[in-house]
Design a protein around this ligand. Structure first.
Ligand code: SF4
Length: 382
């Protein structure tokens, strides 16, 4: 057993790619200046050569072959069964073996290309990597990546994107964050609203699926209305397949932290961000699937097809907003403590009492109060 076989894995992937094979085609972020982002700070951007990435794909392939051989030895007939998975996770296999084992156990159909902007690679390079990947793993159906709007607006044509689509790239995840030029500039996002629109429209025209990420709370107390309205306007012109919500959370490692400390930027409360989300949804006319698939989003149940399900989404928000102050605090704490998943969970008397007991304990033992404790819990999600 050659357990030293391995390939490079980057630090993050979207929640929807939790069980995908991670393949690193570049290292870190070529921009790395956004005030609200800490992930790649202090790390230098590097392109990986096509040969290097192909060597990683070959390593993943060899690992898959070794796992299949292991499966035969364990009596699973070449399948990466639950027994094979348990064997791998209870023995000293490295994280690449574990990832490939879990990936194959779940069908081995999804791959995510890391890190922050794979589209900085030349189209021919990326296309060659994608084709090699499909050759080694023909069962792969979905290959996705993060990308920046500015890179696509400035360096990729619809034809380039179509070529990547035909080589196997099926979905791009773009950090729109905001559609308001002032805020994009303030947050040093390095992109304009018109570049967001241009990139988004090109991707849609190429047949690649598009997920646009919006950060709730990015405008703070001062600019939340403009942020919500201008973001909706940009999304309405793109009509992405998915609009995915993230909630702003600022850590001391993020440059935005200093602005908060100096009083230049004021964070919204949980409730204020839900009011902002209501305005965003109200103003959306895009035909997109709205998703709240991040643990930091207070109302994770806000999910549905727009425009048909807009009334349902607004109804959930209004239900939260019409609750009493105590109920809202109970829900926020319960959600952040992992006791509630959705508003309906509050109807369960056992869960409600569990949250109330936690609240009383925090009030007794934590001098900074329940809201500060909730903030601390949120920090742990990043
Ligand atoms: S472009 Fe993305 S990864 Fe790079 S600094 Fe901005 S938010 Fe972070």
């Amino acid at each position: 057993m050659r357990r030293e076989l391995s390939f490079e894995i980057g630090p993050i992937r979207p929640p929807s790619e939790a069980y995908s094979l991670l393949l690193r085609v570049t290292r870190n972020c070529p921009w790395n200046k956004c005030l609200f982002c800490h992930i790649y700070k202090g790390r230098r951007f590097e392109r990986r050569s096509v040969e290097e990435v192909k060597a990683d794909i070959s390593a993943a392939y060899e690992i898959a072959q070794e796992l299949k051989a292991l499966s035969w030895r364990l009596g699973s007939g070449g399948d990466i069964s639950r027994e094979v998975l348990q064997h791998v996770f209870s023995h000293p296999y490295n994280e690449c073996f574990r990832m490939v084992a879990l990936w194959l156990h779940l069908g081995g159909r999804n791959v995510f290309l890391q890190d922050a902007n794979s589209l900085v690679l030349r189209t021919e390079e990326l296309s060659s990597i994608l084709r090699f990947l499909k050759e080694k793993f023909p069962q792969v159906e979905r290959i996705t990546s993060y990308a920046r709007s500015r890179t696509i607006a400035r360096t990729k044509t619809v034809e380039d994107l179509k070529e990547l689509r035909s080589a196997g790239l099926t979905r791009l995840h773009l950090g729109l964050e905001s559609g308001w030029d002032f805020l994009l500039d303030y947050m040093k996002k390095g992109v304009t609203a018109s570049q967001h629109i241009e990139a988004g429209q090109k991707i849609m025209a190429s047949g690649i699926e598009l997920s646009e990420y919006v950060i709730l709370g990015l405008g703070g107390r001062r600019w939340w209305k403009e942020h919500a309205r201008e973001t909706a306007k940009v999304l309405n012109q793109i009509n992405p397949h998915f609009i995915r919500i993230r909630t702003l959370m600022v850590l001391p490692q993020m440059p935005l932290w200093e602005k908060i400390e100096r009083g230049e930027f004021e964070l919204q409360s949980e409730e204020e961000m839900i009011v902002e989300e209501r305005l965003l949804i109200e103003e959306l006319e895009a035909k997109s699937y709205f998703v709240s698939d991040h643990i930091l989003n207070l109302l994770g149940e806000l999910e549905g097809k727009l425009p048909e399900e807009k009334p349902k989404l607004l109804g959930i928000i209004d239900r939260f907003l019409s609750m009493s102050k105590e109920e809202k605090l109970n829900f926020c704490l319960g959600r952040r403590a992992g006791i509630y998943e959705c508003l309906d969970d509050m109807k369960d008397p056992a869960l409600w009492s569990q949250v109330e007991a936690l609240k009383h304990r925090i009030e007794r033992e934590y001098p900074e109060g329940v809201e500060k404790a909730i903030f601390k819990m949120k920090e742990a999600f990043l």
